[in-house]
Design a protein around this ligand. Structure first.
Ligand code: SAH
Length: 241
């Protein structure tokens, strides 16, 4: 992982370029992220791509060169928008063609002062913008959304919950899914018996050593069954001295 570039005195800041600035902060104005926003632990500025259009219709898209369905966000307009925002962090483009977002990348992103996020719409953005600004394409999964906004909110949510003081007393996720390449063990809480189903006895035994072992076994079992490729990674890293 890279050295932190972070200035811990200022909030983690996201500059967002979108056709729908009102979609922000959206769900991030609630719960943990919402409180953290109020406390200025993170901040954001959503820019409307349309504000950079020049013609009287404020159009931002045009038909794809070479033909085909849909519209493409224009290079000149996105270029003006991107050049006008000064950001010290990475420049991201939400894109189904991007590298899948991982917890590892999330942790790197919060060591930056923030990031710039371009949200695509229509068929996407002119390739020259991606090349010229060296945008890092990030995908949130192998499915196609109608726009990058929900993907941006997803990425931001994953980052914000890990910022210092956001989760309060909750352990900052050392045992969470994807830590050590394992999915998390199952959770239970009161009542002790529900619909005839009991909490596994070991969890009420008070023996922390046994509990830890049981949780690790469960995490391994679940990961092996659901995510064999993740389990392979876990095994390989575990074997290293
Ligand atoms: N024609 C494109 C899909 C465009 S979807 C293709 O086939 O690859 C419109 C916009 O939604 C994209 O530009 C991107 O910003 C966003 N988007 C869609 N799916 C996404 C995903 N899985 N991850 C991140 N962003 C996505």
């Amino acid at each position: 992982m890279d050295e932190p570039h972070r200035n811990f005195h200022s909030p983690w800041h996201c500059d967002i370029l979108t056709l729908y600035p009102d979609m922000f902060p959206g769900s991030l104005g609630h719960a943990l992220a919402g409180k953290a926003l109020e406390k200025n632990i993170w901040s954001y500025q959503a820019y409307n791509i349309r504000d950079f259009a020049e013609d009287k219709h404020r159009s931002v898209d045009d038909t794809p060169a070479g033909g085909g369905a849909g519209m493409v966000l224009r290079a000149d307009i996105l270029g003006k928008a991107l050049s006008s925002i000064s950001t010290s962090g990475p420049k991201l483009l939400m894109s189904p063609r991007g590298k899948p977002l991982t917890q590892e990348r999330v942790k790197e992103l919060i060591n930056e002062n923030g990031c710039l996020i371009l949200c695509g719409r229509f068929e996407g953005v002119d390739q020259r913008v991606i090349d010229y600004f060296e945008l890092e394409e990030i995908s949130i999964g192998d499915y196609v959304l109608s726009g990058g906004e929900i993907a941006a909110l997803t990425l931001m949510d994953a980052c914000i919950r890990l910022l210092p003081d956001v989760m309060g007393k909750i352990k900052s996720g050392e045992e969470e899914s994807f830590e050590n390449n394992l999915l998390e063990y199952p959770h239970y809480t009161r009542p002790n018996e529900w619909q005839g189903l009991k909490i596994p006895e070991v969890l009420t035994s008070g023996n922390h050593h046994l509990i830890d072992n049981w949780r690790k076994e469960q995490a391994e079992k679940i990961t092996k069954a659901r995510r064999p490729e993740l389990f392979e990674k876990y095994k390989n890293i575990k074997q290293k001295p």
